[in-house]
Design a protein around this ligand. Structure first.
Ligand code: NAD
Length: 493
């Protein structure tokens, strides 16, 4: 296809799409293998322009004087506009990410809900007054300033909103950096934010590759805070770079989460939940329950039933009704995923189902991979320790509750987990013992609006989706106001 006639995405700075005479990168539809548009490959200069625009807009007295209620109103208008355009946005997202349309539709619905949540919170996140000896203590929570929001490709619009909603509710200006693979819905978001009435410069977008524009954002002296979601390796680079100027930082990184299926679990619920927990979004979720720990007493039966159902998952055109799993983000990722499966088998795991690219008919054009299960996995194997980020589950047997907890915690990651049990006391013991930021009991639906979302250990730090997130986008200030009758004069001079 002639790239001249494809839609082109540049940068969004000061309320408008910029001109761009630099390089463009192709943007793919991974389910069809077609180039669907092109995106500007930004530079440090464009980052500087965007940050200056954000700084200018942030310092504008009109924005500074806006109340939490007024910012909340803008967020509500944005939520309504996104709701009105949800079909178009979901279609754009599905075509760019390759995930099923019902999935992207649900993500947009959740994003609307999150905007509404922070719209309500904007006016309530105020300081406190504290009586002190002869002083009145007042705390203020003031916006940090210019926030760089760096997001990955797996939930492009939703994760942008996870960051943007609290950042704007708290009164900051932002520069959003979408993944170079999935820049499309961010642009639509910027247009809708303008229509909602956000002042120009409060929301800016820079496009390009992470090592150039992402890095330039991290190094920019006028960026006050970085909120990053992505891989753990990248997160370490982000943290080291932010350390140079002590930028405020939150990191949402990778995971290798465990689903523990106890002998007293509701068998059918656990089966359905563990399948969805890994194959939703083709396993490309940070909180995917990719390690399935199953009690020895029914391990073989569970593995057989799981594989039986995994084989029945409808993989195909993510736009088509009835499709249950779409494509991976790219053929390059598919090769990485397949490499892990091969390594698992070399290290002694048994391939129970999947383990191959799907090539029948139209599928050959895209990056489709069969839902895969490896059994007889030891937790020390590479497939149990590294984040595969694809539709690959590993099944590990255990005998006792203590052993299950020890296996689940034997990971450098600590994002999520699920306990499948009908024993309430056990649920309480195990949820308390797991070293993760999120735990589901008989559910994989963690990450709901209002519940703090984030990881322990190498899964990062900071929390999204909750009221406390507003703390990450504000600086507390303590004011101590003396009201004694005599001037304070400790030196007696
Ligand atoms: P990635 O780390 O490669 O990229 C994430 C973002 O960072 C992209 O926008 C990229 O351009 C940018 N980037 C890359 N190098 C950079 C640098 N040196 N400086 C600044 N920015 C840079 O991750 P990905 O492949 O896009 O996404 C997959 C990863 O994201 C997985 O590990 C997944 O677990 C993680 N993730 C975590 C969460 C969470 O909430 N914990 C959610 C979704 C995804």
């Amino acid at each position: 296809m002639n790239s001249e006639i494809l839609p082109r995405y540049t940068h969004w700075i000061n309320g408008t799409a910029t001109e761009w005479d630099g390089e463009f990168l192709p943007v793919m539809n991974p389910a069809t293998g077609e180039t669907m548009s092109t995106v500007a490959k930004g530079t440090a200069e464009v980052v500087d322009t965007a940050v200056q625009a954000a700084r200018h807009a942030f310092e504008n007295p009109k924005w500074q004087r806006m109340t939490g209620n007024q910012r909340g109103k803008l967020l509500i208008k944005l939520a309504l506009l996104i709701e009105q355009h949800s079909k178009t946005l979901a279609t754009m997202e599905t075509q760019n990410v390759g995930k099923v349309l019902w999935g992207t539709t649900a993500e947009i619905k959740d994003s609307v809900e999150l905007l509404e949540y922070y719209a309500g919170a904007a006016a309530t996140f105020t300081g406190e007054t504290k009586p002190l000896p002869s002083h009145l203590g007042i705390t203020l929570h003031q916006p940090v300033g210019v926030c760089a929001l760096i997001v990955p490709w797996n939930y492009p619009l939703m994760l942008a909103i996870w960051k943007l909603a609290p950042a704007l509710a708290a009164g900051n200006a932002v520069v959003l950096k979408p993944s170079e693979l999935t820049p499309i819905t961010a642009f639509a978001l910027a247009e809708l934010a303008k229509e909602a009435g956000f002042p120009d410069g409060i929301l800016n977008i820079v496009n390009g590759v992470g090592s150039e524009v992402g890095q330039a954002l991290l190094e920019h002296p006028k960026v006050d805070k970085v909120s990053f979601t992505g891989g753990t390796q990248t997160g370490k680079i982000v943290m080291a770079t932010c350390a140079k100027t002590l930028k405020r930082l939150t990191l949402e990184l990778g995971g290798k989460s465990a689903a523990i299926v106890f002998e007293d679990a509701d068998y059918d619920a656990a089966l359905a939940g563990t399948l969805f927990g890994i194959y939703y979004s083709a396993g490309q979720s940070c909180e995917a329950r990719s390690r399935i720990l199953v009690h020895k007493s029914f391990y073989d039966q569970f593995v057989a039933d799981f594989a039986d159902k995994a084989k029945k998952i409808v993989v195909g055109d993510p736009m088509a009704k009835g499709t249950q799993m779409g494509s991976l983000i790219s053929l390059q990722r598919l090769e990485v995923v397949n490499g892990y499966v091969e390594q698992g088998v070399q290290e002694g795991a048994t391939l129970v189902c999947g383990g191959k690219r799907l090539m029948e008919g139209e599928l050959a054009k895209g990056a489709f991979y069969a839902p895969t299960l490896l059994s007889n996995v030891k937790n020390s194997m590479t497939v149990a320790q590294e984040e595969i980020f694809g539709p690959v589950a590993v099944a590990i047997p255990f005998e006792t509750e203590e052993e299950a907890v020890a296996i689940a915690n034997d990971s450098r990651y600590g994002l999520a987990g699920t306990v499948w049990t009908t024993n309430g006391a056990r649920a309480l013991r195990v949820t308390a013992a797991l070293k993760t930021g999120l735990v589901g009991v008989n559910t994989i639906m963690t990450g709901q609006t209002g519940m703090p979302f984030g990881g322990w250990k190498e899964s990062g730090f900071g929390r999204e989706l909750a009221l406390e997130t507003l703390k990450h986008y504000t600086e507390p200030k303590s004011i101590e106001w003396y009201y004694g009758t005599k001037p304070l004069n400790p030196f007696g001079l």
